[in-house]
Design a protein. Sequence first.
Length: 222
Amino acid sequence: MIRVFVVDDDFMVARVHRGFVDRIPGFSTVGVAYTGADALAQIATLRPDLVLLDIYLPDITGLEVMRQLRESGDGPDVLVVTAARDVPTVRAALRGGVVHYVLKPFGFDVLRDRLERYAAAYGRLAGTDSVGQDDVDELFVALRPAQSTLPKGLTTATAEMIAETLREHAGDLSAGECGEKTGLSRVSVRRYLEHFVGTGKAEVRLRYGAAGRPQRRYRWIA
């Protein structure tokens, strides 16, 4: 089990991220902090394997938290989850040795992909004292997200939003109903839904009414 500590200044966002982590097999949240100082104190006691770290904190920045964790010499791995898009911050995080940098807002699928890749890389290093070049190459491939395979005209962010909407709904949805929930047009949503059906992530059923064409209803199955 990979033990994760969540750091975010927003209580509700931290709660959502904790929920995401605890839904992923092999991961569990061991603590949450809303300030940098509290994060450092709890991490020193709990000694998690991985920290989901926001950059914008009310007392010190996430970059400072990361620097102090690195100074300890035996700190956890850090995966940044933040709205900070400026190049200096991204560069500073990379220099600090983050395992990944995820921009807010993001859906469950994005975090699941990064954590599953982290788990794969984490597992490659378990039970060994040394590695060869092939092992190192495979390690970095495991950490790298797969390239998008979406058709032209479809975007990853929108696909993630629609997928999350479909996944969280107990039953099936029409393109129009999904559009109402996401704020997108029915025509646009249907393109994504049909893509999910084509890739085996969703299924479609026809609902016949009293008259007219049958309605296409979509349900997430992946």
